[in-house]
Design a protein around this ligand. Structure first.
Ligand code: SAM
Length: 181
């Protein structure tokens, strides 16, 4: 990746009530681990609001959007599409090729919830598994982004934050910053 390229995450599918926390956590994980934006289905407005609120308070430039046009967005996406699925090829075998292709390009990363249609598997340039065991969209997204950014996302800065956590060996310390706009 370089400064010109971006990473967009799509949370494909959302069951209100049952998926509320998981969908929100997909967005928060995308933000915290270096993606530029998340697109949710149109029925996930609560997740969008929570992610926007966290971005306002804790900084960074991150977009959260709901749309009923995820299928069209995936279909029309010109650059590289990675779909995370337990049925895909192992991340440890594919990440080097993904990274070398992603240097000058935008990357779309899709994670599912309920059943993902086969068209997504076909439209993806890579169907990637983080182990071939069933687990979670949040876990697979976290491992994928960390492998993509090689850990550099862990020490990024967060401009325009209203609040900042001061790391502590024990206890919690959060300060108001005057860095906010
Ligand atoms: N059968 C699903 C699948 O295709 O991976 C598992 C459904 S799981 C409840 C929801 C989402 O978690 C999946 O759509 C996928 O994005 C992600 N996921 C779960 N296990 C995964 C794995 N081992 N590797 C990559 N992604 C995984």
């Amino acid at each position: 990746m370089n400064d010109e390229s971006s990473v967009t995450v799509i949370r494909y599918g959302h069951r209100p009530g049952r998926d509320d926390r998981m969908t929100t956590h997909v967005g928060l994980t995308a933000r915290a681990l270096g993606a530029d934006r998340v697109f949710f289905p149109s029925n996930a407005t609560q997740a969008q609001e929570t992610v926007e609120d966290i971005t306002t308070r804790f900084g960074g430039v991150f977009q959260a959007r709901c749309t009923d046009e995820l299928d069209a967005y995936i279909r029309d996406f010109d650059d590289m599409v990675v779909h995370l699925t337990m049925y895909g090829e192992p991340i440890q075998a594919e990440i080097a090729a993904i990274k070398s292709n992603a240097t000058d390009t935008n990357l779309l990363v899709i994670v599912g919830g309920e059943k993902v249609p086969f068209s997504v598997y076909e439209q993806a340039d890579w169907n990637v598994a983080v182990t071939n065991q069933p687990h979670s969209e949040v876990a697979s997204l976290a491992v994928f982004l960390d492998r993509l950014f090689e850990g550099t996302e862990l020490s990024r800065s967060w401009p325009n934050a209203e609040r900042k956590v001061i790391p502590q060996a024990t206890g919690k310390r959060v300060i108001d910053t005057d860095d906010s706009v």
